[in-house]
Design a protein around this ligand. Sequence first.
Ligand SMILES: C[S@@+](CC[C@H](N)C(=O)[O-])C[C@H]1O[C@@H](n2cnc3c(N)ncnc32)[C@H](O)[C@@H]1O
Length: 238
Amino acid sequence: MRRAAGGALRRLAGAARRRVSPRHPHWGNLRRRDPFCAHWGYTRGTPVDRVYIESFLELHRSDIRGDVAEMMSGDYSRRFGAPDVRVHVVDVDPRNAAATVRADLCARDALPPGSFDAWVLTQTLQFVPDPEAALANVRRSLRPGGVALITVPCASPLAATGAPSGDLWRLTPAGLGALCRRAMPGARVDVRGWGTLTAMTAFLLGLAAEDLRPGDLGPSDPRYPLIASAVVRTPPAD
Ligand SMILES: C[S@@+](CC[C@H](N)C(=O)[O-])C[C@H]1O[C@@H](n2cnc3c(N)ncnc32)[C@H](O)[C@@H]1O
């Protein structure tokens, strides 16, 4: 009798140890087929990827000045750019009433050459059928000494919308760097990965930044980039 009770106690103690051990996973309600939010976490708060995208733009505020091209809306240029920034909204989508430049990024010479001081090209390259052609067009549309601020998702659920051709690609920071260097010869390219294992997991689960602790988002871990950013600078005029 006493031996049986001792065995039960030992089993209970073992189970309790496993519950608190960092080596033992606690799936709880994380084992699921559907995310907590199917819209990138928006119904819960700030999508985790947006925290990194906006930190990147914040870091490069001083580059968002003069004539700035931005995809889909001018929100980021107005929020992070100089007060007198002139925003040009680019989109292929004919339903986008905010667009002032209606262009397919992949169509050669679709953009006015040498027209912009900066580009805010966030979360778009994954939708374009030919990202190299798109970047070459972006490069041609920049003035000498211009800068393109680019982000792409490294890990993300597939987007149901975003472009006629659908959600096509994921890039790593090194892949984004290689693509920019190939498409924009002569430009200076600086790439960076943003994310942590917890941030990446939370984003895939449809959780928001508000579901996390501040320390969960950084410092970024190069093994788990959620997004990649690139700063591409064209050479100044001679
Ligand atoms: C998800 S939005 C990205 C921009 C937004 N500011 C952001 O940060 O999420 C993608 C935009 O790219 C546009 N787009 C997709 N493929 C395109 C293409 N080949 N040429 C021009 N615009 C394109 C879509 O219509 C859409 O407005």
